[in-house]
Design a protein around this ligand. Structure first.
Ligand code: ADP
Ligand code: ADP
Length: 228
């Protein structure tokens, strides 16, 4: 589903953010990306979204070599990859329903399908009946559920979660992880960058550790493994 072949990224200032990275992630995997600050985690994620162009090597996303992708094809790539952020990034002036519907409207989905799909995804994330409230009327955990619903509404094969529990307390974090696990069991490949030791150690999933742009560890059932 995602493959990095000898990928390096050198920024204009000379920093090697990714240094000959080779990673292959199969369809349906759940993968944690860990590593100290500055290790290259964000660069890795941005590369998959083609927000960053690699210096050398090839990146495959859902059977497409995105390193040569024409700029005009990038929106189609982004449809294949749902993204969830630490700070939710919901539109404050839209309701929960409108935030999710908007993601369907921009790809031209008709209103009849939107009216059917949004309540279904709200049920999946446990937010039935919350469609008409605004993001600031919700708890952090509820806002993250909305952001997951928005990321998944167009049914992308890949979900990237960039520190999705970074702003949440441990109990709420586990509620979010249960939702991610459910989404993963339904077949979506999940890539989650995190500093949450407890979650990584308890989930017993594949762990890729980046350090100074290198793959320092890649374990099928891994641990967090840092003292920070
Ligand atoms: P992480 O997400 O693990 O903290 P990053 O991918 O953000 O790591 O950064 C990896 C390295 O690349 C760091 O040394 C960082 O300072 C550098 N870096 C990140 N983005 C840029 C940029 N736009 N320009 C120059 N250097 C950058
Ligand atoms: P899998 O189907 O085992 O998950 P990959 O995800 O690596 O395999 O690749 C998916 C598809 O991407 C392949 O069937 C092939 O069409 C294409 N592909 C992957 N790697 C290469 C490569 N090095 N050269 C040409 N095509 C490739």
């Amino acid at each position: 589903m995602i493959e990095f072949q000898n990928v390096s990224k050198k920024y204009d200032n000379g920093v090697m953010a990714l240094d000959n990275v080779n990673i292959k992630i199969e369809k349906g995997e759940f993968v944690f990306i860990v590593g100290p600050s500055g290790a290259g985690k964000s660069t890795f994620i941005k590369t998959i979204l083609k927000e960053v162009d690699v210096s050398t090597g090839k990146v495959w996303v859902d059977q497409t070599n995105i390193t040569r992708l024409h700029q005009r094809r990038v929106p189609y790539l982004r449809r294949k990859v749902g993204v969830v952020f630490q700070d939710f990034r919901l539109l404050p002036n839209k309701t929960v329903y409108e935030n999710i519907a908007f993601a369907m409207e921009i790809i031209g989905t008709n209103q009849r399908i939107i009216r059917k799909q949004v309540p279904m995804i709200l049920a999946l994330v446990g937010l039935m009946g919350k469609g008409n409230v605004y993001p600031n009327q919700l708890s952090g955990g509820e806002q993250q559920r909305v952001s997951i619903a928005r990321a998944m509404i167009n049914n992308p094969p890949i979900l990237i979660a960039d520190e999705p529990t970074g702003n949440l307390d441990p109990e709420t974090s586990w509620e979010i992880m249960k939702i991610l696990r459910t989404i993963n069991r339904r077949g979506t490949t999940i890539l989650m960058a995190t500093h949450d030791r407890e979650i990584v150690d308890i989930m017993r999933k594949r762990v890729i550790a980046l350090e100074k742009g290198n793959v320092a560890r890649d374990d099928k059932i891994g641990v967090y493994g840092y003292d920070d």
